[in-house]
Design a protein around this ligand. Structure first.
Ligand code: MV4
Length: 445
């Protein structure tokens, strides 16, 4: 096990990793930008080190400063959290060359599976169902048009190095392809520094289901069940739950086995998530893989009792996976609501300000993951996530009741938040009946 880790992230996930380190007996150094000097992770860390000014490009994406920070504080590993550098193969390579462990999969896997078109090819080779589409970047709009005509509209044009739906364009016909393809190229170039695109048959009205896996470097792989992630707005997940109301025991085993086979095929190591689309006939298709700990990991922790954050660190230190698939049980139901500093009455425009009052909710089955404290000043440079409220219940109904109670209880004043939106969503008939699919939120809005 590591003696000391640098946490190259901020906010609630930095706190989450800090807590995992504390429980593993590992010292934690929190890297922070000048804007985050007074943040809670910095306050609670064993040590902290400034890695640059507020701007993300000069701090949380500043690879030389982050690697130097790890070296000068005598850390053995760097934990990237999620977002920022969490799936950056170049950082993983640099860590290797400096004798540091990058807490994530090997660089070669980050490179291979980071190309979403290549990931489709590899997963198809591993026997997972994929939708019709390209397994290499399309060379031009001409090729895209030919491919789309062959597989049939509507299609999605996606960024090869994208993910999370950024740079994704829904195309209904040839004329739209001519117009939208260049826009998707520019958006991909801007967001990811690469403009390659690929084309995939669009599956409408499906559910977005992801499978959590844990894998060690000796080839042991298990899955921890699914997460229902269909409630998204502009590809930002709003609410996640496990188990999915639409996944039977049979489908769960099929999805789990598919993810385990996919992980084995690429010799994956660490924590990872396989994303699938599931249609109304319970047919599923692999769409992409996430090779980091995810925002929504706590709902899987609450239902399986498995501490994913701690396992990610153990596995990165080379420890064998001490869990067998038959040890994994899903008990009860968990829901996560992301409380963002956004105004649902004004198209979710981000809001900033100072947290005037903050009293986290609690009681039976409630877990709050948040870096907030009264007087905390929101930083305009970073994402708007303020807190994740997770509610566990013996049944879905009890989890919803507890989430209702928790969102009513939560005292959080000083900025507009998405709380009212969640409170309405939790009362929506379609949601209560478990009839969530990826169109619900857009239609709901
Ligand atoms: C899709 C899809 C339908 N067909 N791919 C969105 C984020 C990224 N993880 C993959 N995503 C999707 N890929 C094909 N071929 C539907 C989604 C999707 C979605 C799309 C539009 C609006 C909301 C969505 C929520 C979840 C998944």
């Amino acid at each position: 096990m590591f003696r000391k880790i640098l946490i190259a992230n901020r906010g609630e996930i930095a706190l989450r990793i800090l807590r995992a380190c504390r429980e593993l007996g590992v010292r934690a150094v929190v890297a922070y930008s000048e804007r985050d000097r007074d943040s809670l992770p910095v306050r609670l860390a064993d040590e902290s080190i400034c890695i640059g000014p507020a701007a993300i490009s000069q701090s949380y994406l500043n690879i030389p400063n982050i690697v130097s920070a790890a070296l000068v504080t005598d850390c053995e590993a760097i934990h990237p959290g999620y977002g920022f550098l969490s799936e950056n193969p170049y950082v993983a390579e640099i860590c290797d060359s400096y004798g540091l462990t990058f807490i994530g999969p090997p660089p070669a896997i980050l490179e291979e599976m980071g190309s979403k078109a290549r990931a489709r090819y590899l997963m198809r080779q591993a026997g997972l169902p994929v939708l019709p589409g390209s397994e290499e970047p399309v060379a031009s709009v001409v090729e895209a048009r030919e491919l789309a005509a062959a597989i049939g509209y509507p299609v999605l044009v996606k960024a090869v190095n994208g993910g999370g739906g950024k740079g994704m364009r829904l195309v209904h016909n040839d004329a739209e392809m001519l117009r939208l393809y260049p826009l998707a190229q520019v958006e991909s170039e801007t967001a990811f520094g690469r403009s390659e695109l690929y084309v995939e048959k669009c599956l409408t009205g499906a559910r977005h289901i992801e499978i959590q896996i844990l894998a060690d470097s000796a080839g042991r792989v298990i899955h921890l069940g699914e997460r229902e992630c269909s409630l998204q707005r502009r590809h930002q997940k709003i609410l996640e739950e496990t188990p999915s109301p639409a996944v039977s025991e049979t489908l769960r085993n099929e999805l789990g086995q598919a993810a385990v086979s996919g992980a084995r095929a690429i010799q994956y190591a660490g924590v990872g998530t396989f994303e699938f689309l599931v249609d109304s006939d319970a047919r599923f298709y692999f769409i992409e893989m996430n090779m980091r700990i995810q925002v929504e990991h706590p709902i899987t922790e609450m239902v399986t009792g498995v501490d994913i954050a701690k396992w990610q660190i153990r596995l990165a230190s080379g420890e064998p996976l001490g869990l067998a698939q038959e040890d994994v049980r899903m008990n009860g139901h968990a829901i996560e609501c992301r409380i963002n500093a956004e105004d649902p009455e004004r198209a979710f425009l981000p809001d900033i300000g100072t947290i005037r009052e903050y009293v986290p909710c609690g009681g039976p089955g409630i877990r709050v993951e948040s870096h907030l404290y009264p007087g905390y000043q929101l930083a305009p440079e970073y994402d708007s996530l303020l807190a994740k409220v997770i509610a566990w219940g013996g049944t879905r109904h009890e989890a919803i009741l507890r989430m209702d109670r928790a969102l009513d209880e939560l005292v959080l004043n000083g900025v507009k938040t998405t709380r009212p939106f969640h409170q309405r969503l939790l009362k929506d008939a379609a949601f209560l009946n478990g009839r969530t699919n990826i169109n619900l939120v857009e239609s709901y809005l």
